[in-house]
Design a protein around this ligand. Structure first.
Ligand SMILES: *[C@@H]1O[C@H](CO)[C@@H](O)[C@H](O)[C@H]1NC(C)=O
Ligand SMILES: *[C@@H]1O[C@H](CO)[C@@H](O)[C@H](O)[C@H]1NC(C)=O
Ligand SMILES: *[C@@H]1O[C@H](CO)[C@@H](O)[C@H](O)[C@H]1NC(C)=O
Ligand SMILES: *[C@@H]1O[C@H](CO)[C@@H](O)[C@H](O)[C@H]1NC(C)=O
Length: 447
């Protein structure tokens, strides 16, 4: 009997061996002892806020609005809604203008959850700890009416909880630049991504929300020196999650985070994610951000902070990668910002093969809103290369990567197909670049 079993086992080993080697060869080289996992389901689309009055040509690409995306998330919610945002000013309390309505509507939908003191949904809010009551009044009201549980997160080094994130039922999420602010739904240009029926990526981004929740809940706000293993992730740069996007094509995805103290085991730091997009580009890199400085600019001492600037110069000079940057301009923009941008662009003047073009994106002031000053600007934060789409919420200045809490989503094409969420982002960028709102750098920019 025993020899027969041994023989059987041997035959089995011989039969299975080729199969195993086959799988090994099909691997992407990063994880040789495992078979390639099947891509995980995820419906992804770009969502944006175009400030009222901005108009593009008829045939320019169009995307779902941030307001529609948030309403859709609330429609879908059955059990839980987790929201991270720096501050809450959804209600247009001191503003008499119809453009506050979408924000008011979202606020009242959330507030209705408290009806009868028996919440239907568990709504958790993590926000930045701030002394100014105007920044947290909305969230306080939601807590007082039992509509939501609210925690405030205090970060060291004057860091701001800057992430803007919604997670619904552990299945769907929004991630991007839009604040819980009525202006972010009608007056400020914003960009994000809506993920539906995307449980695996939602679970991973949920770990970051849980870290915020833990920090806000544990009283003294100290950051654990060692995070519990439940905050660890398996998905990172070099070992991404494979997604079957919109039941149609495969992309590689991972979620990055800042600062280092909140970047738990296995996760890629947001700066490393950005540097990798720049370093892996072969043809072009298009960047849209609100502010860009090779400095840690806020705080007691200005410090030089060149990692992104260096990587861009190297890509352009050493590898001939074409770079386009669309940086926001509004009356509150720092006057010196143009100098840093011009310094970067100057390379193109002295070396023929270098192609760095920088423009400012200006959201024109709306006459009707002149009595509400300083609310119209471009706030989106993203990058698209010939391979990768990156969606975040940070200014590209040092403090956002050193001290603030933020999240980035990295999505890489795996095959050459005509239309992916990366090509959507490329089309969106080009629409803005060639729009009347994009202006070449010049001294004393005025509109
Ligand atoms: C708000 O604006 C409307 C129409 O412009 C006006 O009728 C109304 O009196 C205003 N309300 C306040 C409180 O200013
Ligand atoms: C965030 O919180 C810190 C203190 O924890 C505060 O200094 C800062 O002003 C806050 N920023 C915002 C945007 O609320
Ligand atoms: C960066 O972004 C925030 C809003 O997200 C803005 O208030 C701030 O002024 C920006 N610029 C700098 C240089 O910090
Ligand atoms: C899948 O993508 C291709 C192009 O990449 C597109 O033509 C096709 O309509 C898509 N199919 C579905 C079911 O969305």
């Amino acid at each position: 009997m025993i020899p027969i079993i041994i023989l059987f086992v041997l035959v089995l080993i011989v039969l299975l061996l080729p199969l195993e080697t086959l799988h090994r060869n099909a691997g992407d080289g990063t994880d040789n002892n495992k078979a390639v996992p099947a891509p995980l389901p995820c419906e992804l689309q770009l969502v944006e806020t175009l400030p009222i009055g901005l108009s593009y040509t008829q045939n320019s690409p169009k995307f779902m609005g941030t307001y529609e995306a948030w309403k859709l998330l609330l429609d879908k919610a059955k059990l839980t809604v987790d929201i991270a945002a720096p501050y809450w000013t959804l209600r247009g309390i001191d503003v008499n203008d119809s453009s506050t309505q979408p924000g008011d509507h979202i606020f009242h939908r959330l507030l209705a959850n408290g009806d009868g003191g028996k919440p239907k949904l568990r709504i958790r809010i993590a926000m930045n700890k701030s002394q100014e009551s105007i920044l947290h009044a909305d969230a306080k009201i939601l807590a007082n009416y039992d509509a939501a549980e609210v925690v405030a997160v205090k970060l060291p080094n004057a860091g701001v909880l800057n992430a803007k994130l919604w997670i619904v039922d552990g299945q769907h999420f929004y991630l991007g630049s839009a604040n819980m602010d009525w202006r972010s739904l009608t007056q400020v240009k914003e960009l994000g991504v809506l993920a539906q029926n995307c449980p695996h990526l939602a679970h991973d981004v949920g770990k970051i929300f849980n870290a915020y929740w833990e920090l806000g809940s544990n009283g003294d706000g100290t950051i654990p020196s060692q995070w519990h293993w439940t905050f660890d992730t398996r998905y990172r740069l070099g070992r991404p999650m494979l997604l079957n996007v919109n039941k149609n094509y495969t992309m590689q995805a991972y979620i990055s985070s800042t600062p280092v103290a909140l970047t738990t085991t296995g996760r890629t730091h947001d700066l490393d994610a950005i540097l990798n997009v720049i370093e892996s580009a072969a043809e072009f890199i298009n960047i849209a951000v609100m502010d860009y400085f090779p400095l840690i600019i806020n705080g007691p001492n200005v410090q030089f902070w060149p990692p992104i600037d260096n990587a861009l110069r190297r890509a352009a000079v050493d590898r001939g990668v074409a770079i386009k940057m669309l940086v926001s301009w509004w009356p509150n923009s720092h006057p010196s910002e143009d100098n840093f941008l011009r310094s970067l662009q100057e390379f193109s003047q002295v070396m023929q093969h270098v192609d760095i073009q920088i423009r400012r994106f200006i959201v024109p002031v709306n006459d009707e809103l002149e009595q509400i000053p300083l609310i119209r600007f471009s706030h989106n934060s993203f990058m698209v290369s010939d391979k990768i789409a990156y969606i975040g919420a940070s200014n590209w200045t040092g403090e956002f990567f050193m001290h603030s809490a933020g999240i980035g989503l990295v999505l890489a094409d795996t095959t050459l197909i005509e239309s992916t969420i990366r090509t959507d982002l490329f089309k969106l960028f080009m629409r803005d670049w060639y729009s009347p709102y994009s202006l070449a750098l010049k001294r004393n920019l005025q509109i």
